[in-house]
Ligand binder design. Structure first.
Ligand code: UDP
Ligand code: MG
Length: 317
């Protein structure tokens, strides 16, 4: 028998807590897995924590931690991972968009292949996602792939990780994490299970377009400095323009027609001004990331626990 934890980040998911436990338990009917559930309440403002406490009171397999405020899904995943004391764990959304049957397939696959440390859930279809969001995902992953050499197309946070993989992930010291890419980065033999994203049953999505954009920028910058190289490329292209225009200007000067060209001057000023500002902004973004990492603040602060003992030696400080 192997023990298996479910790490479930939950932000305002009160209606989904008991449904998640029930669905997962049903999907694992007749399996040899000893199940545990670790809920991380990411500073919810609804009854999520009360639901988690209630579930933990009724079922000893359930444990939970509650953040002092909303620290984000990444922090919630890592908090959950630091409480895993089973042979493996599966990270899963509370809204059941990650089907429990696929989780079962992940577990079976991991059981059959002892050398596999990670089983990734790969999105075969993106469910009822909007066209805008699909296109955003497509452009983002293409850019991410170019910038970092990691192909994340179709990837999700839905993954099974062995205890070894969890321990390696927890050793990573950075504050800004991008779970679905870091679990690639640590290596290990990986298997894949395809799944179709299911429609959200209750509640609503927690991600606005602006949050997604911020998340995207933060994940690219935590894996690649190539946006800063774009600055160099822009400078180079601009230099070539400058040389051509310089020649033209000098020729005109010597031919005595140098009064014209005011439009060119204005255009060049505006263009170079905006490129410089954009570049400074990009560099400023990386500098601020360095600053944030340097402060070495904890990824999250736990306010309450239920059935979850403190494992400070594994929670990275
Ligand atoms: N979530 C979280 N903290 C947040 C936002 C979301 O823990 O700040 C959790 C949320 O409760 C859910 C999972 O992350 O379990 C995925 O969120 P959601 O379903 O809103 O995202 P979507 O499926 O729409 O991408
Ligand atoms: Mg969802």
């Amino acid at each position: 028998m192997k023990s298996l934890s479910f790490v479930i980040p939950a932000y305002n998911e009160a209606e989904n807590i008991s449904a998640a436990i029930e669905k997962i338990s049903r999907a694992f009917d007749g399996s040899d897995a000893g199940l545990r559930f670790i809920f991380v309440d990411d500073g919810s403002t609804d009854a999520t924590w009360r639901e988690i406490e209630r579930a933990a009171g009724a079922d000893a397999r359930v444990s939970g931690v509650s953040f002092s405020k909303n620290f984000g899904k990444e922090a919630a995943i890592f908090a959950g991972l630091s409480h895993v004391d089973t042979d493996a764990c599966i990270v899963m959304d509370a809204d059941m968009q990650h089907p429990a049957e696929a989780a079962r397939r992940m577990y079976e696959l991991w059981r059959e292949n002892p050398s596999v440390e990670i089983v990734e859930g790969i999105k075969r279809s993106r469910g009822s996602e909007s066209l805008g969001s699909r296109m955003f995902a497509k452009v983002f992953y293409r850019f991410f792939n170019r910038a970092t050499d990691l192909d994340l197309t179709g990837s999700s946070d839905f993954k099974l990780l062995s205890r070894t993989a969890v321990d390696e992930l927890l050793r990573l010291p950075e504050r800004f994490t991008f779970f679905r890419a870091l679990s690639h980065w640590i290596g290990f033999e990986t298997a894949q299970v395809g799944f179709d994203v299911e429609p959200r049953e209750r509640g609503e999505t927690k991600w606005s377009f602006f949050m997604l954009l911020k998340y995207g920028m933060s994940s690219v910058s935590s894996f690649s400095s190539s946006p800063m190289q774009i600055v160099t490329v822009c400078g180079f292209v601009f230099l070539i323009f400058t040389i051509i225009l310089a020649v033209q200007t000098l020729v005109r000067f010597f031919m005595g027609q140098s009064l014209e060209g005011f439009t060119t001057v204005i255009l060049i000023l505006l263009f170079s001004g905006s490129i410089i500002m954009l570049s400074l902004g990009m560099i400023g973004y990386y500098v601020s990331r360095i600053y944030d990492e340097l402060k070495r603040r904890p990824r999250y602060i736990v306010a309450k626990r239920v059935n979850a003992e403190e494992k400070t030696h594994r929670e990275i400080m």
